[in-house]
Design a protein around this ligand. Structure first.
Ligand SMILES: Cc1ncc(COP(=O)(O)O)c(C=O)c1O
Length: 414
């Protein structure tokens, strides 16, 4: 997670935004509607797609909404049999979950070296029948931290089957201003505003997971849509007969979208590109500092295979001493570092996403801590299962903590 700038909070707390009532008449909401209209425009430009809906309340909710939109499109054009969604086997768990909730059948596509296996994709399209494919749901850069350079070829294969290319845009913070999803064949996508534009996290809400679509899918987007009238005023359009309807109360998560507007406006187009360049540089810098002690299956500088904004390490040598992955994560707490995602996208991995907001000093500190932990494991692996050593609570019984929680009274230093 990147650092959320304070200016976002200042903007969201302005009384003109925070004290509005969503049932006020449109003519008393012009500033708020203008802001939403501008967020819509920003995201249309950033995605290279035609129309954005701001309603979904999280990344996962965006996936769900987009699937509903794609399904509605196919039902409308007389192809209701399209119910199969292909998704690479390293897809985020929300991808198959959203498909299942929409009544679609998910078929995993093999990945090779972290990227979609084209032969397997072709085989699956043939096996299931091109006429039954609804979409390919792909994350790019993907969860292995790599930008899949075959994306145009992949998109062509999916389009030849008459299906849609859906981008899980959770990793857009690696490509802002560098490339447009619309240019690499995407028909429909969601944004994770928390990862890309420094807003609070979604996790199913309350966050924001706007979706962007090409024009053929636009009539099916949720209502209401934020529009600008010929006289320059803003209004909510509820008159969209083909719309899938509402997916969130009112017009979505307004406070989160104010933060999104603030971040994008503060950065500007060049600043957004700089965000991605720094996020990618920080990840590659950190990976390069660690790769000799922490094996990285997808980071191969000698073969010119670098990472995008995050990298995955599977520290096999350290784990061969008998310690568990969680021991490394727990020891990090002693140095004030929040443990990263574990065991995903592959078993026994740490997935590290430094983000653009960390300074070189912080990245160097992080690397020195990880190298020190590697030294400790090599010298004294038996002590690791007792980490953290310096926190108020050491190794908690995680099952008991969930099933029989007990609160601890910490000393009052106020
Ligand atoms: C690749 C990917 N897809 C989907 C999601 C789901 O997003 P959310 O937690 O906002 O529902 C995430 C979460 O950050 C993610 O990393």
């Amino acid at each position: 997670m990147k650092l959320n700038p304070r200016i976002n909070e200042w903007a969201a707390a302005l009384p003109g935004f925070s004290q509005l009532h969503p049932l006020q008449d449109d003519d008393t909401l012009q500033g708020a509607l203008r802001l939403l209209y501008e967020v819509r425009g920003f995201l249309e430009a950033i995605s290279g797609l035609d129309e954005v809906s701001l309603q979904p309340a999280a990344g996962a909710h965006g996936e769900y909404t987009a699937l509903k939109v794609m399904r509605a499109y196919y039902v409308d054009i007389g192809q209701p049999n399209r119910t199969i969604v292909l998704a690479p086997d390293n897809a985020h768990g929300t991808n198959p979950a959203s498909c299942t909730m929409c009544g679609a059948n998910v078929v995993p596509v093999k990945t090779n070296d972290g990227c979609t296996d084209l032969d397997d994709l072709a085989r699956l399209i043939k096996e299931h029948g091109p006429e039954n494919i609804l979409a390919l749901m792909i994350t790019n850069p993907n969860t292995a931290g790599i930008f899949d350079h075959h994306i145009e070829e992949i998109a062509n294969m999916v389009h030849e089957a008459g299906a849609q290319v859906y981008l899980d845009g959770a990793n857009m913070n690696a490509i802002l201003g560098v490339t447009l999803p619309g240019d690499f064949g995407v028909d429909c996508m969601h944004f994770n505003t928390h990862k890309t534009f420094s807003t609070p996290h979604g996790c199913g809400g309350p966050g924001a997971g706007p979706i962007a679509v090409r024009s053929h899918l636009a009539p099916y987007l949720p209502v209401p849509q934020i529009m600008m009238a010929d006289d320059g005023s803003f209004y909510l359009d509820k008159d969209r007969p083909k719309s899938i309807g509402k997916v969130r109360s009112f017009i979505g998560q307004f406070g989160v979208l104010v933060r999104c507007w603030t971040y994008i406006s503060a950065c500007g187009p060049n600043g957004l590109r700089n965000v991605s360049e720094k996020a990618v540089l920080n990840a590659n810098y950190s990976a390069a500092l660690l790769c000799e002690r922490y094996e990285m299956p997808y980071f191969k500088p000698a073969a010119k295979q670098f990472c995008a904004h995050e990298f995955v390490t599977v520290p096999k040598t350290l784990l061969s001493t008998g310690i568990a992955l969680v021991d490394i994560a727990k020891r990090m707490i002693d140095f004030g570092i929040h443990p990263p995602t574990m065991h995903w996208p592959v078993h026994n991995c740490l997935m590290i996403e430094p983000t653009e907001t960390e300074s070189k000093k912080t990245l160097d500190h992080f690397a020195s801590v990880m190298l020190r932990i590697a030294d400790e494991i090599e010298k004294e692996p038996q002590s690791m299962p007792h980490a953290p050593f310096e926190s108020v609570i050491s190794r908690a019984d995680e099952v008991a903590a969930a099933r029989k929680p007990q609160t601890v009274h910490l000393p009052d230093h106020s």
